[in-house]
Ligand binder design. Structure first.
Ligand SMILES: N[C@@H](CCC(=O)N[C@@H](CS)C(=O)NCC(=O)O)C(=O)O
Length: 219
């Protein structure tokens, strides 16, 4: 097997990459980042920045290291294309996909992660501000999704891989208001997508590790 994903099933950014791998049944080896060796030392040597997931392709001197969930998905699209394409070949159409991918990472996943980090004492940031950012992002997304099946239109894409874990955990962290029916319908579609349902199922044994607690019935 040539691809290896260094990841933990509970991690939102790891779920984003896993969703893309599962979309096309792309074979890969999971290098579980649960602190056990030698995987952990291999990971920190490859990527001292310490953020996961990372993906490697090949072995030995030829082993290529791909960092950042978005770039992992871009890499899969180029080197391991399947029935689901994640970024359109058309550069203009690709702008919308990449714009939405940034939206979910920067304005939903980031404030969500920061609220959790504040709760466990790893961040001294302004929790109310991050909750306000999520409120605003939910409003923007609700308007956006009024006319779309998937984030960038009728085609599933990279942006939807970003959206699925971002919306799962954002709701757990700062509940998505019920009146945002378009966001809820989109979140439901994402959670029902077989590729994400698989990633989600693999994370269930670890849910007790989510610092704020996993609410019942919101998955
Ligand atoms: N920009 C990175 C963010 C990845 C990220 O934040 N990963 C989290 C897990 S979901 C992590 O590495 N947490 C460990 C830490 O911050 O020490 C990406 O898009 O892949």
């Amino acid at each position: 097997m040539t691809l290896a994903l260094f990841a933990h099933p509970l991690s939102s950014y790891c779920q984003k990459a896993e969703m893309a791998l599962y979309e096309n049944d792309t074979p890969f080896e999971l290098k579980m980042l649960d602190g056990s060796e030698p995987v952990w030392s291999d990971f920190t040597a490859l990527w001292p920045i310490g953020k996961f997931p990372i993906m490697t392709d090949g072995a030995g001197e030829q082993r290529r290291v791909v960092t950042e969930a978005t770039i992992i998905i871009e890499y899969l699209d180029v080197h391991y294309p399947g029935a689901t394409r994640f970024v359109p070949d058309d550069r203009e159409a690709a702008i919308a996909v990449r714009q939405l991918d940034r939206f979910f990472d920067n304005y939903i996943n980031t404030p969500q992660q920061r609220i959790v980090a504040i709760a466990i004492g790893r961040d001294q940031g302004d929790e109310a501000m991050f909750r306000g950012q999520l409120e605003t992002a939910y409003q923007v997304l609700d308007r956006w999704m009024a006319s779309r099946e998937w984030a960038a239109g009728s085609q599933f894409s990279l942006a939807d891989c970003a959206a699925a874990p971002a919306l799962l955990y954002a709701d757990w962290t700062h509940a998505i208001p019920k009146e945002h029916a378009n966001v809820w319908a989109y979140r439901d579609r994402l959670l029902a997508r077989p590729s994400y349902a698989r990633a989600l199922d693999e994370a269930r044994p670890y849910r007790h590790m989510f610092p704020l607690g996993a609410p019942e019935g919101r998955d």
